[in-house]
Write a new protein. Structure first.
Length: 388
């Protein structure tokens, strides 16, 4: 399993970064030409009632053989003897089951569909599905101490939908969300009525997660069951968005029922592309987000803002030079929230070639803090259970 890990890096180098570097070096229009669909939007047929009862519509779910979210990375430097992979990277099923805690995770994967021929991806099959499984392996695996992990396939919006303000882009994102909502409804029907819930998503997945919070959780009884929310890699305005989510930002390491969110940049950071889009967007309160601070919860401290040295990093998921394996390496990156709400990680750490323009470590938001995230969710679930 480890051999295919971080294939996403090579994939992104070829298909995504070419467009993103064009955005910086040549022109916005050239990038849009390469990635934004020119075809008309194809209305997505609503899924049948209870469609997510079909195990094939899940990338991860209880009872699945070779579940990518259950992967455990080995510990050590990439030069460590490869013979240790089996011992530290694939714990026995019995040991893994014994360590699991009674909570359920709903994880929404980020964009893996880059085809400009369509505005939405198919539900399964092809490169996008294969890469989505690798995303789940690298990004949902920090939650692998949960008794249940659920990660749906969905007709995600293509990457180009996030580079344009065409109405088709909004239609594509809405269509993707409809699948996520159906999956979430099924997820709720399958877990125990008192089971604590952890919600997690990255990038496009975080965008859909925030909508779920606003529409299905905020000010509803379900909010009382949320042990923690991890909406990572998507900016949340403290002033214009947070109140609409119905849950506060996490300001203590042992706080339950709160939101963790960060976007990672090495220094010197140039977040102008992201901040320009954010500045011109409309918040959940209907007002322009402008230059309002972005919610930055520090994954090394579990608190809003502040800084922590690299020594506080319990384990970064680092790829080897061939991009075929990943290992947990302690002390690899620091974390400091700046005044804008960006998470700065110091000098650029060696994580592979999927670093975006401006020293944007978006692809690595979760791998950079893999072990701390695993500890963080455990603390928050225990805090939730202790409050009941």
């Amino acid at each position: 399993m480890a051999r295919k890990f971080l294939y996403i890096v090579a994939f992104l180098i070829v298909l995504v970064l070419a467009g993103l570097f064009a955005l910086r070096i040549w022109s916005t229009e050239l990038t849009k030409l390469a990635l934004v669909p020119s075809a008309a939007f194809e209305k997505q047929t609503p899924l049948k009632t209870n469609a997510y009862a079909d195990p094939k519509l899940w990338l991860s779910r209880p009872g699945m053989a070779n579940d990518p979210a259950r992967w455990q990375p080995p510990v050590g430097t990439p030069a460590t003897d490869a013979a240790s992979d089996a011992a530290s990277g694939a714990p026995s099923p019995d040991a893994s089951q014994a360590e699991r805690q009674d909570y359920a995770v709903f994880f929404i994967h980020p964009t893996s569909y880059l085809d400009r021929a369509h505005w939405n991806a198919p539900l399964a099959g092809g490169e996008a599905d294969r890469i989505a499984q690798i995303y789940v392996k690298g990004m949902a695996s920090p939650f692998n101490q949960a008794k249940e992990i659920w990660a749906p396939r969905y007709r995600q919006a293509t990457f180009g939908a996030f580079l344009t303000d065409q109405p088709e882009a909004t239609q594509a994102i809405d269509a993707a969300y409809a699948d996520v909502h159906d999956a979430f409804t099924y997820f709720l029907s399958q877990i125990g009525p008192d089971t604590p819930i952890v919600l997690a998503g990255h990038s496009q997945g975080a965008l859909h997660l925030l909508r779920l919070l606003r529409q299905d959780v905020a000010n509803k009884p379900l909010a009382g069951r949320i042990a923690a929310v991890y909406a990572i890699g998507w900016p949340i305005s403290v002033q214009h968005d947070l109140a609409g989510l119905g849950l506060p930002g996490c300001d203590k390491a042992d706080q339950a029922g709160c939101v963790m969110s960060w976007s990672s940049y090495a220094e010197p950071a140039d977040p102008s592309m992201v901040l320009d889009t954010y500045r011109n967007s409309i918040g959940f309160d209907g007002q322009p987000r402008g230059d309002s601070p972005i919610l930055c919860t520090n994954p090394l401290t579990g608190k809003i803002g502040g800084s922590a040295p690299a020594s506080a990093n319990l384990g970064t998921l680092v790829p080897d030079e061939e991009l075929t394996k990943g290992r947990l390496v302690a002390g690899y990156a620091l974390a400091r929230c700046d005044e804008r709400g960006l998470l700065l990680i110091g000098e650029p750490p060696a994580m592979g070639n999927a670093v975006l323009p401006g020293n944007n470590y978006h692809v690595y938001d979760i791998p950079l803090f893999w072990k701390n995230l695993q500890r963080d969710v455990t603390r928050r679930v225990k805090a939730w259970q202790g409050a009941q």
